[in-house]
Design a protein around this ligand. Sequence first.
Ligand SMILES: *Cc1c(COP(=O)(O)O)cnc(C)c1O
Length: 347
Amino acid sequence: MPGIIDRYRDYLGIPNIPAITLGEGHTPLISWATWEQSDIFLKLEGTNPTGSFKDRGMTVAVSVALSEGAQAVICASTGNTAASAAAYAGRAGLPAFVVAPKGRITQEKMLQALVHGATFLTVEGNFDAALAVVRATAQANPAIALVNSVNPWRLRGQETGAYEIVDELGQAPQALVLPVGNAGNISAYFQGFRRYGRGIPHMFGIQAQGASPLVAGYDFENPETIASAIRIGKPASKHLAQEAVAQSNGAFLAVSDEAILQAQRELARGGVFVEPASATAYAGLKVLREQKRLPAGPVAAILTGTGLKDGDTPRRWVDVKTQSTDADHLEGTIRALLKEGTVHVAH
Ligand SMILES: *Cc1c(COP(=O)(O)O)cnc(C)c1O
């Protein structure tokens, strides 16, 4: 399967440049459940090459940067952008500089950026501070391409998530539910549905309570949540996201960290392991169900990234224990456990 540039080149509006690709996109849209009149689908964006949807935008941003003669790429990141930028820059043969808030990025995401050869810099403060210095640096150095979602090519690439859903369902779903941090992805999906011309879903953007500027209506100076990928107080694409929600008759909702962990657990018990930011979308979906705000028909939630990149958070709810046994006793042990009923999986 070709990556998203070769599949959707006509819609992306990019010139005839070579694609720097790792085979991103064509992620599974799984049928998860039927809730009253709503058919719930989950789009598993964690199956992208570096484990998050960021790859859709990065393939386009890095391809365009290389064709325009960039000598390096730079980004601020809560982790997944760093991993993606590092991988695609590696594929393109370009150096990558990633700037992260000190101590606020998971070990796994940092490791990803480093193994791909990126130069990893940390700054004091939060993501919003990191983005501000990175923007200034890119502005002062035209040969360094900024690959955050303020780069319009990132959003164009991320539109392809919407195209894929329409291709699969034959039409846009009735509602789309996704986590919102810097607000680029919700804006990209909205533009994607609009451009593809097969209907526009009600757009529901879900934020973590401690980092919910779009719900509160004002920026957060000190955003705080376990969902590190959406721990953002001043969303760069705020206005586009507000337009997406207003024009589609959707809403922004906030969910607690506790609800996020519960959602992560529920998904994982059903076979789908996502990071807390992605579980936020599922927690929002459950709120919409409780409030009877889910439309009839197909409803899709975007599960933005794999759970494997944040190994610490699930330790808050998973019981990390093993039992030793030996060849003579294995069968008897399992029989006893089944009888006890303690190994029964309850969703
Ligand atoms: C980046 C990211 C988000 C937030 O997307 P925005 O475009 O910043 O709103 C959500 N989940 C994961 C896993 C991410 O990496």
